[in-house]
Write a protein that binds this ligand. Structure first.
Ligand code: SIN
Length: 314
């Protein structure tokens, strides 16, 4: 019997696949569809303290194997998502889900986390330190001193399960440095990666950029980011203490991609761009494809191969 179940922070999820914050999770209808789907959990669109319209359109563009976006955190505000997750928790007390927050300042993040700490919500929080799309606000995840300071302040008072969503890193020294900081805190999980920030897609016919915000600069997602995502999952898996579980995000379009993320060390995976294309039925297809791969290889649970990637030095 093959199971796709996974455990993070002592909570078990029937399926190790879920949506990534940002895609089809902004309103109640989207979230209800995720609840009804075969996803193991849902994460809400990253919230700011107040509702935000986000950046001007066009702010997302899709290509065959990629997407570029500069959404700029359009969302309905923390109260909306906190209300949703609390109601859902009351209806389904055995289910654990993820509430994403992305303040554009330390003060906003701390204020939101205080509100969550004081609420009856007991689920996971994903603190997004990696949105590349708010003009004038650099990604916190690239400023290691800042990450340290944020976590120092957060864990001064926050006692519920919390993880951070990180940008991709591109140097092994940076993996060492970020892991050394993260390992100092009681994080439940780390989610890697957010989009590859500040890329540029050009339309040669119109000789123009394809999205309006930030002069066309935006975050890249989709199939082409998979090698970067796998490197980050693997790089962190080799460095983080085992209590911090890894959520692998980036470049997943089929069951093989999920398999590879888990092989690199992910306990759960999130899907953004492809979930945008396919909607909730994606989770049925991916579950079927991963189950088939595992059955062929004789694996009955993801723990049979999680983090067991071989190198030429093994
Ligand atoms: C956005 O709303 O701009 C995307 C969110 C993110 O990349 O964290």
């Amino acid at each position: 019997m093959t199971t796709l179940a996974t455990t993070i922070g002592g909570k078990t999820f029937d399926n190790c696949m879920m949506n990534a914050a940002g895609v089809r999770c902004q309103n109640k209808k989207d979230l209800d569809a995720l609840v009804q789907s075969n996803a193991g959990a849902y994460v809400t669109k990253s919230a700011t303290p107040q509702e935000r319209a986000g950046n001007p359109s066009p702010r997302m563009h899709t290509l065959l194997k990629a997407s570029i976006n500069s959404m700029g955190l359009p969302n309905n505000g923390l109260d909306y998502y906190l209300d949703y997750v609390i109601r859902d928790q009351q209806k389904r007390p055995d289910s654990t889900n993820f509430l994403s927050v992305a303040g554009t300042s330390l003060e906003d993040n701390l204020a939101m986390l205080h509100q969550i700490q004081d609420s009856e919500y007991t689920g996971f929080v994903e603190l997004n330190l990696s949105c590349p799309n708010v003009p004038g606000k650099p990604q916190v995840g690239y400023d290691f001193d800042r990450v340290h300071a944020v976590l120092e302040h957060v864990f001064d008072f926050y006692t519920k399960p919390l993880g951070v969503k990180l940008p991709p890193y591109f140097d092994l020294v940076h993996f060492d440095q970020i892991a050394a900081i993260l390992n100092q805190y009681p994080l439940t999980f780390v989610n890697s990666i957010n989009s590859i920030g500040n890329a540029l897609v050009v339309d040669p016919r119109s000789e123009q950029v394809v999205i309006r915000p930030k002069g066309g600069f935006g975050g890249i997602g989709g199939a082409i980011v998979k090698p970067t995502a796998l490197a980050n999952v693997r790089g962190l898996a080799l460095r983080l203490k085992p209590e911090i579980k890894i959520i692998g995000t980036g470049g997943i379009i089929n069951g093989v991609d999920v398999f590879e993320h888990i092989l690199c060390g992910a306990s759960m995976v999130q899907i953004g761009t492809q979930f945008g294309y396919e909607g909730p039925a994606l989770f049925d297809r991916l579950a079927k494809e991963l189950t088939e791969i595992m059955a062929e290889k004789g694996y009955s649970s993801i723990e049979d191969f999680r983090g067991k990637l071989k190198t030429f030095d093994d």
